[in-house]
Write a protein of this length. Structure first.
Length: 146
């Protein structure tokens, strides 16, 4: 069994290696899900693919933060910027899901009750103090079930 590094530099190096692997894995996962979702016409699968690319963005930001972490004076600002970028990515994903869901409802495409319950389970809900984030997802509950 490998011994875990104990120095900050060793931990950071191991963390960077793991993050590179994670970025590669999520890129492949996202590409496969996005292509399959577009071919199948599945909002949920396309959303899953986009979510994988958001994870890639998050991983790239984490790698960037690891390179600037030693600068204590800018650490807090970098953290806020990182959270803002990832949060904006999730808002873009929710806008896509809401748009596609409303479009499907307006086009009256067939949806099953079972599929709707699966959609409720699959759509990510940011649980925070902003009620608006919840409202954005309501159309997705009823439409992204095909």
């Amino acid at each position: 069994m490998l011994e875990a590094p104990t120095s900050r530099k060793g931990v950071a190096l191991r963390g960077k290696r793991l993050e590179y692997f994670t970025i590669a894995w999520n890129s492949l996962e996202g590409l496969i899900a996005l292509v399959a979702g577009l071919l199948a016409g599945s909002i949920s699968l396309v959303g899953f693919g986009i979510d994988s690319f958001i994870e890639v963005t998050s991983g790239a930001i984490l790698l960037w933060r690891m390179t600037v972490d030693s600068e204590e004076t800018t650490r807090e600002r970098n953290e806020r910027l990182s959270l803002r970028i990832v949060g904006d990515c999730f808002l873009a994903l929710s806008a896509y899901i809401a748009y596609e869901s409303v479009y499907d409802l307006a086009a009256r495409r067939g949806h099953s009750l079972n599929g709707t319950f699966k959609a409720v389970k699959d759509v990510p809900l940011p649980l925070n103090d902003n009620f608006e984030a919840f409202v954005v997802f309501i159309p997705a509950f009823f439409a992204c079930s095909h």
